[in-house]
Design a protein around this ligand. Sequence first.
Ligand code: SAH
Ligand code: SF4
Ligand code: F3S
Length: 479
Amino acid sequence: MSEPRKLFVKSFGCQMNVYDAQRMTDQLAREGYVETDTADDADLVILNTCHIREKAAEKVYSELGRLRKQQEELGRRTMVAVAGCVAQAEGAEIVKRAHGVDLVVGPQSYHRLPELIAEAQSRGTHKRARIVETEFPVEDKFDFLAPPTRAAIAKRGPTAFVTVQEGCDKFCTFCVVPYTRGAEVSRPVAKILDEVKRLADGGVREVTLIGQNVNAYHGDDGHGSPAGLAELVRRVAEVPGIARIRYTTSHPRDMDDDLIAAHREMPALMPYLHLPVQSGSNRILAAMNRKHDRELYFEVVEKVRTARPDIAFSSDFIVGFPGESDEDFADTMDLVERVGFAGAFSFKYSPRPGTPAAGSGSQLPEDVKNERLYALQALLERQKAAFDAACRGRRFDILLEKPGRLPGQLIGRSPYLQSVVVLAPTAAIGTLAEVDIREVSTRSLAGTIIGGEAFGSDRPPQGGLRLEAGMVPVEKVEA
Ligand code: SAH
Ligand code: SF4
Ligand code: F3S
């Protein structure tokens, strides 16, 4: 038999790209490609790109430059494909701007990769012969993408992403996603359950249901009606082996009462919710076309906290949106103070081609954006540190995921996605351990195992920490 061909996929951007990378790898495994973790010895390199901010989008060109140099040095020519959201947004521009790209493929055509690659191979390396595939095909790629093998599932560990919804119809004025991922589409419940069952059979214990607007999920329930995310979560929780469920990314306007009730009822639904708000100013929220005001955000946070007192929130923020005044920014700081976040991502506004806000005449200077980002991040970091510090002395269920840095150590995740270091045998990977948190540092927690699935206790897995047990709600912590 001939040597297997080697595939190297490098992903940028969000969780959906991580998931897509796995599906591309699974699809190409059927063609005899095996994964390698460097471009050096790869026969095919796929750059799985992100277009969300200018800096992210530019990375593909520096990466392509680096690849080309490396290939010249090594004296070999590797096939290079550009996938992901830059591929969708820029298409043929990429081929014009960068040398050495054989194939550009948008996210909705990944099921066609084998034929596209074969075609690119047959055309050779002539510049004009390059292939650009950025149509939104009529068929559903999920019907054609190969499922992962058991070995691939095991190699990826006990947590997995599953795309349940893709695309976005919200059209926030700063955002490229509705253009790069297309209109909102939900996968049918039955197909998602098949995928989750397969993952669970392979040892997966925690699934994160992902979508650009995941709580707008409305997939076919098999009886001709749409099922909401709450219903989907309940069905996923019934899959044997699945102990934990998360979902991301949610839009505040789509946090309906059924989903909030699911947080109350279901211990498997982890008490950590990523709920991007972007700004605390009603004027800016309106200019962003977020379709809600700060009051609605407070209301949703309150309702979810009432349903699930141990919930913690994370969010995304944009500073320096066109026309953002000092008062607007003060409103964002005020919202952060009032809500209290356990984690957050914050960004300087980046004008994106083709989006309405990019054409606004009131762009802010870079130094104003820098100042605001600095102030916001300092506040968010203080809140995160306070949240983490309040975890010392608490007892969590930790899903043990992988070996730690030192011998004898394992690293797991708390309900709040914190990394937790414990001493435990490798055989305990993939199990839930009950852990007393003893130490808190900036990057991780450390604790002692006192029971759990691999440690002689059959207590059913619990969610997060209970506020009644003395936990200080993060908004009351002195930062
Ligand atoms: N679907 C999610 C987020 C998708 S993009 C939502 O609705 O919130 C992830 C984050 O990138 C966004 O939440 C936003 O904070 C940030 N982002 C998107 N476009 C941006 C831009 N043009 N400039 C800066 N940050 C941006
Ligand atoms: Fe982008 Fe807004 Fe859609 Fe989120 S909801 S993906 S920020 S357009
Ligand atoms: Fe980036 Fe596309 Fe995700 S633009 S954030 S990779 S949906």
